[in-house]
Design a protein around this ligand. Structure first.
Ligand SMILES: Cc1cc2nc3c(=O)[nH]c(=O)nc-3n(C[C@H](O)[C@H](O)[C@H](O)COP(=O)(O)OP(=O)(O)OC[C@H]3O[C@@H](n4cnc5c(N)ncnc54)[C@H](O)[C@@H]3O)c2cc1C
Length: 336
């Protein structure tokens, strides 16, 4: 590991000023991703500014009925919070499907959003990777790509975003609050992460030195009926092959309901949490039937471009989405 400096941030403005004026400085959250990258040689900051002591560790109600989650809230605390469990179960389920208890005790909301891809080539500094070393090439495009993207990829990068939490937050229309040297801005999570294009080294729209201070969840009463399902190679301690975060609001007669609203995001299939807008369009106003769910899933996956190793992800994503929609609408019928 290359030597680096360490500072504890005393306030938000000071942390932002320190990191933004030093291109080789980075914020440190729980360290569960960044410290691994220091050891692997994937990242080599000269200064770490530890933001875990800042007063960003609260989960608070918002005047509009939504909830504000501080960027320093630990993944375990967020998953166990009674408000999150009852009003946004998809978020609690997503968090509990990720990593392990020990990791979740350390991992923070801000750090989770900014964790980097688990692409094996990105983590192996002996191989070319445009995300780690721009212009060096993508080893995965013609390499082993079982875990890689089927939607929105480019010739430059076929990596996927690994976060479960971010997929749930994307479905929930969450908004990230970000503090930079020029003030605060609010970034809808759906616009927060990027597709790779010609600049796969940039995971998000954040500028260097911008600190995530919180994530706001809108009130969304329909989110009480929401679900996260993650399909992976083993039952724990594994990243998603495919995941689905969904909430569905069905109105009308039992057994013959109409979808009033649907919000869906897919994980494990793209460089960013994938908001399934095409599926949502098919669902809204349509009868809540198996046939509608299949049409919605097909519409979303129509533009999928799998690689030879991961063609299985297309039917896997389709079947997982249909299954989650079926389960959610059964719940709706039972509860009416
Ligand atoms: C073995 C293992 C298995 C895992 N399995 C899963 C899984 O199944 N699902 C899943 O979703 N995740 C999984 N993870 C990843 C884990 O969730 C992340 O490592 C964790 O969420 C990162 O949070 P952190 O606070 O430790 O971030 P750090 O490692 O401290 O930081 C990560 C990045 O965020 C930046 N950063 C941190 N806080 C802020 C902030 N407030 N504002 C701006 N930038 C900030 C840092 O500079 C760094 O670039 C796994 C990790 C490991 C090691």
């Amino acid at each position: 590991m290359i030597p680096f400096g360490y500072q504890r941030a005393e306030n938000v403005d000071g942390a932002v000023a320190t990191v933004s004026r030093n291109p080789n400085a980075a914020f440190l959250g729980g360290g569960t991703n960044l410290v691994d990258h220091l050891k692997l040689g994937v990242a080599s900051p000269e200064l770490l500014v530890d933001v875990t002591g800042l007063p960003l560790d609260r989960i608070e109600p918002l005047p509009d009925g939504g909830v504000r989650i501080g960027a320093g809230v630990r993944n375990s605390d967020l998953a166990a919070d009674p408000t999150i469990r009852s009003r946004y179960p998809v978020l609690s389920q997503a968090l509990l499907s990720g990593a392990s208890g020990q990791l979740r005790n350390l991992a923070t909301t801000g750090g989770n959003l900014l964790q980097r891809t688990r692409c094996g080539y990105f983590q192996d500094v002996s191989t070319p990777c445009n995300k780690r070393a721009p212009g060096s090439g993508c080893s995965a495009v013609d390499g082993y790509a079982r875990y890689h993207a089927i939607l929105g990829a480019s010739q430059q990068c076929v990596a996927v975003h690994p976060s479960d939490m971010a997929v749930a937050m994307t479905a929930l229309d969450a908004v990230a609050l970000v503090q930079g040297p020029d003030g605060e801005r609010r970034i809808p999570l759906v616009d927060f992460h990027r597709l790779p294009g010609d600049a796969p080294q940039r995971d998000t729209v954040l500028a260097h030195g911008e600190l995530i201070t919180a994530v706001d969840l809108p009130p969304l009463p329909a989110a009480r009926r929401s679900r996260y399902r993650k399909v992976r190679d083993r039952a724990s301690y594994a990243f998603a092959l495919v995941s689905v975060a969904a909430l569905v609001d069905v109105g009308g007669d039992i057994g013959g309901g109409t979808v009033r609203d649907a919000r869906i995001a897919l994980g494990g299939i793209a460089h960013k949490p994938w908001r399934a807008t095409r599926a949502e369009e098919v669902l809204r106003g349509a009868p809540a039937t198996e046939e509608t769910f299949r049409r919605a899933a097909d519409a979303e996956l129509a533009t999928a471009q799998p690689l030879p190793d991961n063609a299985f992800k297309v039917p896997l994503a389709r079947n997982t989405l249909v299954s989650v929609l079926r389960d959610l609408t059964r719940i709706s019928e039972k509860d009416r």
